[in-house]
Design a protein around this ligand. Structure first.
Ligand code: FBP
Length: 368
């Protein structure tokens, strides 16, 4: 082994609270035994060789802050033609290990690169979506802020008595965020895309469900959560958007919640029922850059320590959890559209969380 380790770190995908704290933890642990280099703009910087040795002053400034602005982040799939440039960067900067902080697409990048280089490739699970097999950091903070905003909107609705707030919730294909916020903030209604898919519900059936809820609730105000993944469950709600380099649909750019309620309104009109005025909003971007909660600070410290241990024990192609380093190989699946990728984990409809949510649903729907 060289006298001093040289580790590169990058942030990738959407920001998640605690990313800076993973970097600060690695920086602290490497003090005296190595150097930490920041790679700018995720895989883009790795390809371009945009790397700088991190200074204590900047790390200290950012360590407890949300956002990914210390290094910036991008969504970039590593293609076979990018490998020579990445190898050049690894050689030029003499990296012994690279730490990829990101979600499922970043883990796929990390896995593929680990097959091409002897430089150790370690992945730290990040995403507010919470859709990895290993718990990701950032979810707790994002859900705390979103739940607070939902609670505020409930109070707004109750105070003024004139709007039903319809909120589209981030989370991509999965509804973990919607479910968690439904448990924490108790909106009057929350849809879960996984349930819609499992029950093979059609647009008409979902419209029926919402309309019956509004009629039975019989109030001009309330709060409803719609997961952004609903447009994957109900194709009529989707819009044509560009795919990102990993093949992801731009669910956050779609007004699926607005479209859904246009259908509700139309049906109500046909039935001669007057729906309450709706107010539409979305939650996600503001929450994924919130300063981390104590939970996420503690968790990112543990993940940083695990990443450091993985480097010392010469692991590569691994995703760290609180307990250990897992081979990314065990999470790889063949996706019909996106190829050989790290699997996304959906809400478990037989799990305790979902069952608790279902039990409490009626009480939340009709009481304030
Ligand atoms: P990651 O999977 O990269 O963590 O992204 C999370 C997320 O916030 C999703 O919930 C959302 O659909 C997406 O990013 C929006 O990303 P963009 O920044 O490309 O609009």
């Amino acid at each position: 082994m060289k006298e001093k380790l040289r580790v590169g770190v990058l942030l990738s995908g959407g920001p998640a609270p605690g990313g800076h704290h993973v970097i600060a933890t690695l920086f602290d642990l490497l003090d005296g035994v190595g150097e930490l280099w920041g790679i700018e703009r995720g895989a883009e910087g790795l390809i371009e060789g945009a790397c700088r040795q991190l200074k204590k002053s900047e790390v200290d400034h950012y360590r407890h802050l949300g956002g990914f602005d210390l290094l910036k982040t991008r969504r970039k799939k590593i293609l076979p033609e990018d490998i020579p440039a990445i190898k050049k960067t690894i050689e030029k900067f003499h990296f012994d290990a690279l730490v990829f902080i990101g979600g499922d697409d970043t883990a796929t990048n990390a896995y593929k690169l680990s097959k091409e280089t002897s430089c150790q490739i370690i992945h730290v699970p990040k995403t507010i979506d919470y859709d990895l097999a290993v718990p990701s950091f950032g979810f707790d903070t994002a859900c705390s802020l979103m739940s607070q905003i939902i609670k505020n909107l409930k109070v707004d609705a109750l105070s003024t008595g004139k709007y039903v707030h319809v909120i589209k919730m981030m989370g991509r294909d999965t509804s973990h965020i919607t479910l968690e916020c439904a448990l924490r903030a108790e909106p009057n209604l929350a849809l879960i895309s996984e349930e819609i898919i499992a029950d093979r519900q059609t647009l008409d059936q979902v419209v029926d469900q919402i309309l019956s809820f509004l009629k039975k609730r019989d109030k001009k105000y309330g709060v409803i959560l719609i997961p952004e993944g609903i447009s994957l469950a109900i194709p009529e709600l989707a819009e044509d958007t560009e795919l990102d380099s990993h093949g992801n649909v731009d669910l956050s750019g779609m007004e699926s919640h607005v479209r859904l309620f246009q259908f509700v309104q139309k049906r109500a009109q046909k039935e001669g029922y007057k729906v309450p005025p709706f107010r539409f909003s979305s939650l996600g971007y503001e929450s994924r850059c919130q300063d981390p909660t104590p939970f996420d600070l503690a968790y990112t410290k543990k993940l940083g320590i695990r990443a450091f241990q993985a480097i010392l024990t010469k692991k590569s192609g691994v995703m760290v959890s609180e307990e250990k380093a897992h081979s990314i190989e065990e999470f790889m699946v063949q996706d019909p559209k996106r190829g050989h990728v790290v699997a996304k984990v959906a809400v478990d409809l037989n799990g305790q969380k979902f069952l608790t949510f279902k039990k409490g649903q009626t009480a939340c729907a009709y009481q304030d």
